[in-house]
Design a protein around this ligand. Structure first.
Ligand code: NAD
Length: 279
């Protein structure tokens, strides 16, 4: 078993854009609502990555009781601000906010999280149209590519069908000519599917959902889940110890997909800035 080291690759990717950042002076604006500890930790990592890459980082903090109207107003302002190249609204948002409207409000050209329907729709066409793909799926593809893991013709099984991970990574795998199965909470016999996977990608949010008997010998296992176990430690959706013994490659949690998501956000910010400057 070998580890897919997302932490090391993430640092390498972030360092690789420094020269471009020096020329382009990109700016990333981050809207943070409330004080959700996980969101605050994610945002801290994004800030650190921007600093490392040489991207200007601007944070806009709002209290939990912000109205939909004020939030949309701030997004509009940042959309129109030419000094801002990338704009993200950290999720989750409080109950009174209607998330689809917030996602729709971000200008597609600045949507470096890749959540807007315009960017998602383009992604359906082919890899060449994945201009600003969602950050986590882009991070996963970069990780597989770095380790020269073939995708074409492989059986890829994705567990989870969210709009930000499961569905877009399924599409990106299909774009690369994998045979893709997407499983979710209503899948009848999950292990019948996971056992066929050459590449198994799990994005559910349930500790130890994937056990060793559900994985084929030699499979590549990508664990997107981020959970806290009974001891409060960060863990994924895969039983790492047992599955690791069968897998050819596996991502650790932490240190796998998480840092790759941050690196992908940095790559998207550079991409968005280049496109805005017609580079
Ligand atoms: P979500 O929380 O929106 O949805 C969960 C998905 O899992 C759904 O598609 C649901 O149908 C499926 N599911 C639930 N129970 C299941 C079961 N028993 N069997 C099969 N499928 C089941 O999904 P999300 O936002 O993609 O998040 C999933 C996990 O990934 C969470 O732990 C989240 O914290 C983590 N995450 C990590 C990163 C990262 O950068 N590492 C990024 C995004 C999300």
């Amino acid at each position: 078993m070998a580890i897919l080291d997302g932490k090391a690759l993430s640092e390498q990717l972030i360092d690789s854009v420094k020269e471009k950042a020096e020329k382009l002076h990109p700016t990333l604006a981050v809207i943070l609502v409330g004080e959700n500890p996980a969101s605050m930790a994610y945002v801290r990592n994004k800030k650190k990555a921007c600093e490392r890459a040489g991207i200007e980082y601007r944070e806009y903090k709002f209290p939990d009781n912000i109205t939909q109207e004020s939030l949309l107003q701030k997004i509009k302002e940042l959309n129109e601000d030419d000094s801002v190249n990338g704009l993200i609204v950290q999720l989750p948002l409080p109950e009174q906010i209607y998330v689809p409207e917030v996602i729709r409000a971000v200008a597609p050209a600045k949507d470096v999280d890749g959540f807007h329907a315009y960017n998602i729709g383009k992604m359906f066409l082919s890899p060449e149209f994945e201009d600003l793909p969602p950050a986590t799926p882009l991070g996963i593809v970069k990780l597989l590519d770095h380790y020269n893991i073939p995708i074409q013709g492989q059986e890829v099984v994705v567990v989870g069908h969210s709009n930000i991970v499961g569905k877009p990574i399924s599409m990106m795998m299909l774009n690369r000519n994998a045979t893709v199965t997407t499983c979710h909470i209503y899948t009848k016999d999950l292990s019948a599917h996971t056992r066929r996977a050459d590449i198994l990608i799990v994005a559910v949010g349930k500790e130890k959902l994937i056990t060793a008997d559900m994985v084929k010998e030699g499979a590549v296992v990508v664990d997107v889940g981020m959970n806290r176990n009974s001891e409060g430690k960060l863990c994924g959706d895969v039983d790492f110890e047992a599955v690791g013994k069968k897998a050819s490659y596996i991502t650790p949690v932490p240190g796998g997909v998480g840092p790759m998501t941050v690196a992908a956000l940095i790559l998207n910010t550079i991409r968005a800035t280049e496109r805005q400057n017609k580079v």
